[in-house]
Design a protein around this ligand. Structure first.
Ligand SMILES: *Cc1c(COP(=O)(O)O)cnc(C)c1O
Length: 217
């Protein structure tokens, strides 16, 4: 199955980059995929999954979690503030912390629910006006705010501009993470996860290369 091929390619990229084998976490991005495809990947042993929509994830994952032990769910899509409560209860990691209002809401929900999913701050490395994420210049101030709220981000996440070479964006994200002593780097998708691993990714988010193309109808 495609999962095996991706796993092999991740190991080879770790090796080529002199990274510790197994140091990169594969997040299998299962958004809008037919359930049979996701179940096949669960049956093959994959346990870390990424979803983009709170409601969709709420509908599918409680059932799978009851059947497959050890599932870890990562939220990788834009998160509305009014979904923070559900997100904190459902997800083990949230990769898309991108604004102060959401930081406040997540901190409040973590306190109320006494649950601490890992948090990644999304950085808009390409300075794209339509894209979510904190601008590199604003990251120090944003991380200070997070600390004041009691949030301790695990790392940074980015989605490079589609038409550009992703490597400089991955490199920028790594430098920013190093500047702030953050260990996690969530970067790299189907088209570029090997480049991301070469640049230091700790988490790659791979969807279509594992499950096949998504259809949205
Ligand atoms: C959908 C999505 C992915 C997976 O994309 P593929 O190209 O299918 O691997 C990764 N990251 C984010 C943020 C996504 O929304």
């Amino acid at each position: 199955m495609a999962l095996d091929d991706i796993t092999r390619r991740i190991r080879a990229a770790e090796d080529a980059a002199g990274r510790t084998p197994g140091s990169v976490t594969l997040i299998a991005v299962s958004k809008v995929q037919p359930p049979a495809r996701v179940e096949a990947v669960l049956e093959a042993g994959q346990r870390v999954f990424g979803e983009n929509y709170v409601q969709e994830a709420q509908g599918k994952w409680p059932g799978w979690r009851a059947r497959f032990a050890g599932v870890e769910l990562h939220m990788i899509g834009p998160l509305q503030t009014n979904k923070a409560k559900a997100a904190v209860s459902l997800f083990d990691a949230i990769h898309t912390l991108d604004r102060s209002s959401l930081a406040r809401k997540l901190a409040q929900q973590m306190d109320e629910q006494n649950r601490r999913p890992q948090v990644f701050v999304q950085v808009n490395t390409g300075d794209e006006p339509q894209k979510a994420g904190i601008l590199a210049d604003e990251l120090p101030g944003f991380l200070r705010q997070c600390a004041e709220l009691g949030l301790a981000p695990e790392g940074l996440m980015c989605i490079p501009p589609e038409a550009e070479d992703p490597a400089p964006h991955f490199r920028l994200l790594r430098r920013l993470a190093e500047d702030h002593g953050l260990a996690g780097l969530s970067m790299g998708m189907s088209a570029n996860f090997e480049t991301a691993i070469a640049e230091g990714a700790t988490h790659v988010r791979v969807g279509s290369a594992i499950f096949g193309a998504r259809s949205y109808d």
